[in-house]
Design a protein around this ligand. Sequence first.
Ligand SMILES: *Cc1c(COP(=O)(O)O)cnc(C)c1O
Length: 359
Amino acid sequence: MPRPIRASIDLEALRQNYVIARNKAGQAKAYAVVKANAYGHGLANAIQALGPVADGFALLDLAEARALREAGLTQPIVLLEGFFEPADLADIVALGLTPTLHSEAQLTLLERAALAAPIDVMLKINSGMNRLGFAGDALGATLARLRALSWVRSITLMTHFARADDEIGISTQMARFKTFTSGLDLPVSLANSAALLRFPEAAGQVVRPGIMLYGASPMPDLHSAEALGLKPVMTLSSEIIGVQTLSPGERVGYGGTFEAPGPMRIGVVACGYADGYPRHAPTGTPILVGGRRTRTLGRVSMDMLACDLTHLEEAGIGSPVTLWGQGLAADEVATAAGTISYELFCALAARVPVRVMEG
Ligand SMILES: *Cc1c(COP(=O)(O)O)cnc(C)c1O
């Protein structure tokens, strides 16, 4: 028998979350962000759930873009970091991809390319995040050079918000973007999940929801995923494989970081950091045993972690455990561990068997 750990992927939840994003987008197209193996959920699963419904897709790797085309998808596919060397441009043409163009180096490559067929591009502008994108004052010259290329069929202006998910919001970046682009009659793509959910004025012509599709909130401190109507797509579950009875003063796990204040009963779960559970999750991180909430205890090991069964008399070896997902928001676990749901999902290890639920 394999270890009892597994990740269940709920395709219907993924589809429904996309519909929520789509409805929020109004007239704009909603391109599903499926980078990083669909945020750890499996690209093939995202293709199955979203292939028939999504207006388009956004990702980073040519190999992932090729997988979408090989699955027969014909929608636009945006490469969020564009291309890296001249050879990539031949693949972009062959696969009909929409690269982001964010640097002078890329523009020069595109000018020298003389492509065999026209492509659409996303021209990325740095409006204040200071990650990728052309400076606003370079925009006029950049556009003139792009428009001179007969193999550039369409240009969408794009930017990315640094603080759409917090109290600062998008107003400063929006104002800069509008100043840079005033008078240009071109479609725009601005919004990630947080901007789409909080700032409908930023919808533009193409929105780029990612995390919300997977049923987590981009701003769990402000709005829970449940309050946003989002359903968890990934549920990481396992079982209790060991039980220990502790006397007061006994310690749990490597480093003995947790000390029992009184008599306790603890359960050992077949899930550790080699499965993708965060090692830095401290004592007290929420976990479900037999559908009831309890807390983790001590350090997370490579293959196991411990939890408190003192008040769960009926729990024992074989009891089902939920690490996150259905019944326990990944956002809650992430917050307790000082990280974000994105990182939990992306870290799901290859050794964890995945069960796909068609819904
Ligand atoms: C990852 C990414 C997104 C999606 O962000 P979420 O917060 O997951 O919605 C959108 N746009 C760009 C450029 C990205 O890199």
